[in-house]
Design a protein around this ligand. Structure first.
Ligand code: PBG
Ligand code: ZN
Length: 328
C-alpha cells in the first residue's frame, strides 16, 4: 500500500509521543479548593463529595501539608460560618472563618503557599443567596458594596488573591477600587467571569451549606445557552481590571474556554466544580468507570481547550499523575 501520510509514525513509541504532545501542563497551574468551618479539631467528611473534608482553622496545616507533599501550592478557601444572617455579616468580619483560616495558613507557611479567597455571600446569608435581598431579589449595587468589604477583609487577613464568584455586575471594578484604596494594590483579582447557573454545583451547596432557601440563582448566574454573553462578561471583567478570567463549570463549557482563549491575553482559569468531581466518584463507586483514567482524560481536555489554570478537587491526584508522566 502506497501512502505518504502515516500519522501513526508519530505514535510509535513513548518518546516520540512525548515529543509531539500538544498539551503541556504543570502542577504549578493547579489550585485546590478547601472548606473551612468554625470550631476546633474538626475534619468532617463531606458526604456529597467523597474524599473531601471540612476543616476547622486549627487543623489547616494537616491539609496544607498534604497539598505540599503532592506539589500543590495554591489553594482556594471557602468558609462556613456558625452564624448566618440576612446580610452575611460573617463574610466581612475581621475574624470571620475564611479570614481566620487565611491567617492560620499564611502565618505558618508564608510564601510557601498561595492563598486565594472566594468572595461571595451565599455561605454567609441566612437565605443562601449570593447577595443582599430586597424582597425576593438580589440587589446588585448594595451587594457590590458588601463584596468590597469582603475583599478588603480577606486581603487584610493575608490573602494573596481574591476571586469573586457572586456574578454581580460591576463588582470587579468596585473590588479593585476598594483594594487599591486600602493599600492592597498588588492583590490580584481572579474573576469568575462566566459563571453559569449550573446543576453541577449541587454537591458544593451541601458541602458549604449554601443552597438558596427559595428560588434559584438564574437572575444573576448565566444561562447555559449563552456563549456570546459569556464573552461579553469576560470582556467587561477585563476592562474592569480583572487579572485572571475564569470559566465555570469546566467540562460542560469547554467550547467557551476555547473561545475565550482566542479572545483574551489574560491567564485563563477554569473551575472543575463539585458535580464534576462527584459524578466521577459516584460512577467509580458503582463500578462503572476507571477513576484514574477518567480523571486524567478530563483534565487533559480542560487544558487542551485552552485553560492555563485548573481549580479542582482532584488537584493532589492530578499532580501525582503529572509527576508520573501519565499526563502533562
Ligand atoms: C459561591 C460558589 C459556588 C461555587 C463556587 N463559589 C456555588 C454556587 O454558586 O452555588 C461552586 C463550586 C463547586 O460546585 O465546586 N457562589
Ligand atoms: Zn454565592
Amino acid at each position: 500500500m502506497e501512502m505518504k501520510n502515516r500519522p501513526r509514525r508519530l505514535r510509535k513509541t513513548p518518546l516520540v509521543r512525548g515529543l509531539v504532545r500538544e498539551t503541556r501542563m504543570s502542577k504549578d497551574s493547579l489550585i485546590y479548593p478547601i472548606f473551612f468551618e468554625e470550631g476546633e479539631n474538626i475534619k468532617a467528611p463531606i458526604e456529597t463529595m467523597p474524599g473531601q473534608y471540612r476543616y476547622s482553622p486549627d487543623r489547616a496545616s494537616e491539609i496544607i501539608e498534604e497539598c505540599l507533599e503532592h506539589g500543590v501550592n495554591k489553594v482556594l478557601l471557602f468558609g462556613i460560618p456558625k452564624e448566618k444572617d440576612e446580610v452575611g455579616t460573617q463574610a466581612y468580619h475581621d475574624h470571620g472563618i475564611v479570614q481566620e483560616a487565611t491567617r492560620a495558613i499564611k502565618t505558618k507557611y508564608g510564601d510557601e503557599i498561595y492563598v486565594v479567597c472566594d468572595i461571595c455571600m451565599c455561605e454567609y446569608t441566612s437565605h443562601g443567596h449570593c447577595g443582599i435581598l430586597h424582597g425576593q431579589e438580589v440587589d446588585n449595587d448594595e451587594t457590590v458594596a458588601h463584596l468590597q468589604k469582603i475583599g478588603v477583609s480577606q486581603a487584610a487577613a493575608g490573602a494573596d488573591m481574591v476571586a469573586p464568584s457572586d456574578m454581580m455586575d460591576g463588582r470587579v471594578g468596585a473590588i479593585r477600587e476598594a483594594l487599591d484604596e486600602n493599600g492592597f494594590k498588588d492583590i490580584p483579582i481572579m474573576s469568575y467571569a462566566a459563571k453559569f447557573a449550573s446543576y453541577y454545583y449541587g454537591p458544593f451547596r451541601d458541602a458549604a451549606d449554601s443552597a438558596p432557601a427559595f428560588g434559584d440563582r438564574r437572575a444573576y448566574q448565566m444561562d447555559p445557552h449563552n456563549g456570546r454573553e459569556a464573552m461579553k462578561e469576560a470582556m467587561l471583567d477585563e476592562e474592569e481590571g480583572a487579572d485572571i478570567l475564569m470559566i465555570k463549570p469546566a467540562i460542560a463549557y469547554l467550547d467557551l474556554i476555547k473561545e475565550l482563549s482566542y479572545r483574551t491575553d489574560l491567564p485563563l482559569a477554569t473551575y472543575s466544580v463539585s458535580g464534576e468531581y462527584s459524578m466521577i466518584k459516584g460512577a467509580v463507586a458503582a463500578g462503572l468507570i476507571d477513576e484514574y483514567g477518567i480523571m486524567c482524560e478530563s483534565t487533559v481536555a480542560m487544558y487542551r481547550a485552552g485553560a492555563d489554570i485548573l481549580i479542582t478537587y482532584f488537584a493532589k491526584e492530578i499532580a501525582d499523575a503529572m509527576e508520573k508522566g501519565d499526563i502533562g
